[in-house]
Design a protein around this ligand. Structure first.
Ligand code: NAD
Length: 268
């Protein structure tokens, strides 16, 4: 990326601060704008100072329209905010990297409609390791088929508001794709009471929330005699931030289109 100008929205959030840090570590990108929601105590503060790096001379504003010209906007906020940022991105003709999870089907459709001409990367998880795991899971599901019961486990910190995580669902989709089925037709998102015996072909999900767990995901293929597990543990959010900044750089060479991290890493 040749000196990409980047806007970070939600710049005082857990990911927002990491993104500012990741960009200051990157040789080819600069933070030119940073925002927070109206009413946030961090509006007016310097984005670099909030991120624990040097002063950048970029103060957080509460309206993205007040940000200067930029090449790409990176958004790890919340679904409704992301929809509004998408309108801004389309108006300005810039690229967008979306990390927000928890968008429902209608919100996803609105995002796709709004950003139909823009270069966009949207990924449930920007870690390189997780994206490699998604490829491995699809391959394992192809080979093992329905003879192995498939279960997906995820654990996150106590502040996370959506479940199962976007990454757990992405793992489910990879697993279903490997088996040649649609996830919605076979997913079991919760179990309680008299559930009956497990159906062959089901893909079950289980969820833990607590403490400051950054993100753990595991796909299990369980037979009577053996169990195969593909496990990923993130111990620092910087892994997502670095991946998102890599995606932003990759987008500068792309024309309009909707991409995921598998495209960025050449795994598709
Ligand atoms: P967070 O709550 O710490 O940060 C979100 C920030 O967005 C907050 O500071 C909030 O005030 C701000 N915000 C909300 N509305 C806004 C608006 N209209 N304008 C500007 N800022 C606004 O949450 P977080 O842990 O940083 O996670 C944010 C999102 O990113 C979540 O959806 C989370 O699931 C997702 N996430 C994705 C990945 C990935 O790799 N895709 C990794 C980590 C987190």
């Amino acid at each position: 990326m040749s000196d990409s100008r980047v806007i970070i929205v939600g710049a005082s959030g857990r990911m927002g601060r990491m993104l500012v840090r990741a960009i200051t570590e990157s040789a080819n990108a600069n933070v030119v704008g940073a925002t927070e929601r109206p009413g946030s105590e961090f509006v007016g503060r310097d984005a670099g100072e909030l991120a624990g790096v040097e002063t950048l001379g970029v103060r957080l504003v509460d309206d993205v329209h007040a940000c200067p010209e930029a090449d790409v906007l990176i958004d790890f906020t919340a679904p409704v905010a992301t929809l509004n940022h998408a309108i801004f991105v389309a108006e300005r003709g810039m690229a967008m990297v979306i990390g927000t999870t928890g968008c429902d089907d209608e919100q996803m459709q609105q995002l796709r409609n709004t950003l139909c001409d823009s270069p966009v990367v949207m990924a449930a998880n920007y870690s390189v390791g997780v994206n490699l795991a998604l490829s491995l899971i699809e391959r394992a599901a192809q080979v093992l088929g329905n003879d192995y019961d498939a279960e997906i486990f995820e654990a996150h910190h106590k502040h996370k508001v959506d479940a199962p995580s976007g990454t757990a669902l992405a793992m489910g989709k990879s697993l279903a794709a490997g088996r040649g089925v649609e996830l919605d037709a076979v997913s079991v998102l919760s179990r309680q009471g008299m559930t009956g015996a497990r159906k062959a072909g089901d893909i079950g999900f289980s969820v833990v929330r607590g403490g400051n767990i950054v993100g753990e995901h595991k796909a299990m293929f369980i037979a009577d005699e053996e169990r195969i597990e593909i496990n990923h543990i993130a111990s620092d959010r910087m892994v997502f931030a670095r991946g998102a900044v890599r995606a932003a750089g990759w987008l500068s060479d792309q024309s309009g289109g909707w991409y995921d991290m598998q495209d960025v890493l050449g795994l598709n």
